[in-house]
Design a protein around this ligand. Structure first.
Ligand code: NAD
Ligand code: DAU
Length: 339
């Protein structure tokens, strides 16, 4: 009997890349994608798989019991695993309004855990973030033992969801695992996040906004490397464990912006220093030693390889970018699926 992976949030940036990775590398697996298609969900990211008999899309919300039930029904009677990406993911939006973050990231995660346990799911991978650890000074790295100290409504809601996963493991012996990754970049990222926003704006000779002094540091990882790490955790991770994922690839934001501009052959005069993000975490850096030692995972892409690849992807996908920026991508579901 073939196994099925229920992916939540598969129409978003990392979820879509993960589904493409599964389609390429796990030919025997069935894939069910449960996604509410919020502003961040774009089914055009998965249009290449629409005709595949191994892929099914379920339009539904992880906060709604009937939607989650319907998604599990779609998985059939064979063994099922879950990879949980669905979330409100943008820090700036959480600062403007935090409620949706609690509803989806916290309530939605508990809804999914309850159903997954009732359905006797074999394994559940919860995709979390390094932001749950808070902010670092100039030195040091986040390890899996670093105390959680989230600073934004987004990271607080993710930390809460991590605790609910931990409780399901501890109380119910549920086979759940958590990954905490640093900043991703690559194809299909919504152009509200730093790198795609810089590419999109600069390509049109628009200003690129840099928050504060531009010296906040992030640890950048190519999305395909993150997806491979999640797959390794799904297949070989130790039940109940947390795995940090990162690229040892730390740069201040200003350096990232300068590199993007240089690769696009655009002038640095496009840079505009703007008001800082409230509560802006200064530095993230990941110690990924545990996943490297235990599961043999390592990033395959260097920044020098993958940043140009990412820029070329956006340059070759002008229709995708245009449809995202003018909102036309939101009609795709109705046209393809007829509702
Ligand atoms: P994204 O915002 O691009 O995609 C989120 C997806 O979840 C969208 O398709 C959206 O429609 C869906 N969704 C939102 N609310 C939902 C709901 N209530 N029910 C069902 N679907 C819903 O996010 P992303 O950047 O791909 O991040 C995916 C996951 O990885 C998130 O959990 C995020 O916290 C985590 N993460 C992201 C990064 C990063 O750099 N982007 C790094 C580490 C961890
Ligand atoms: O660390 C993992 C996290 O990375 C994920 O959990 C989040 O889902 C993801 O959005 C990302 O969070 P950040 O806040 O780090 O990403 P963002 O792309 O929004 O910002 C990256 C850095 O760039 C941050 O220091 C803020 C800054 N920035 C961002 C934008 C959008 C700017 O200077 N200008 C901008 O216009």
């Amino acid at each position: 009997m073939s196994s099925t992976v229920l992916v939540t949030g598969g129409a978003g940036f990392i979820g879509a890349n993960f589904i493409h990775l599964l389609a390429r590398t796990r030919p025997d697996w069935n894939i069910v994608n449960l996604d509410a298609l919020t502003y961040a969900g774009n089914l055009e990211n998965l249009s290449a798989l629409e005709q595949s008999p191994r892929y099914r899309f379920v339009h539904g919300d992880i906060r709604r019991a009937e939607d989650v039930s319907r998604a599990f029904d779609t998985c059939g009677s064979g063994p099922v695993t879950v990879v949980h990406f669905a979330a409100e993911s943008h820090v700036d939006r959480s600062i403007t309004s935090g409620l949706a973050f609690v509803e989806t990231n916290v309530v939605g995660t508990q809804m999914l855990l309850d159903h997954a346990r009732a359905r006797k799911v074999k394994r559940f991978v919860h995709v979390s973030t390094d932001e749950v650890y808070g902010s670092l000074g100039k030195e040091g790295y986040f390890t899996e033992e670093t105390p959680l100290a989230p600073n934004s409504p987004y990271s607080a809601s993710k930390a809460a969801s991590d605790m609910l996963v931990r409780a399901a493991v501890h109380t119910h012996g549920f086979e759940a695992l958590t990954t905490r990754c640093s900043n991703n970049y690559g194809p299909y990222q919504f152009p509200e996040k730093l790198i795609p926003l810089m590419i999109a704006n600069a390509s049109e000779d628009k200003e690129v906004p840099v928050y504060g002094d531009g010296q906040n540091v992030r640890d950048w990882l190519y999305v395909e490397d993150h997806c491979e790490a999640i797959l390794a955790v799904l297949e070989r991770g130790r039940p109940g464990e947390v795995y940090n994922v990162g690229g040892h690839n730390e740069y201040p934001n200003l350096e990232i912006v300068r590199r993007v501009l240089a690769l696009l052959a655009k002038s640095e005069s496009l840079i505009r220093f703007v008001k800082d993000r409230p509560g802006h975490d200064r530095r993230y850096a990941i110690d990924a030693g545990k996943i490297e030692r235990e599961l043999g995972w390592r990033p395959r892409f260097t920044f020098e390889q993958a940043l140009p690849l990412t820029i070329r992807w956006y340059q070759s996908q002008t229709t995708w970018l245009q449809r995202v920026r003018n909102g036309a991508y939101r009609d795709y579901y109705a046209r393809q699926y007829g509702s």
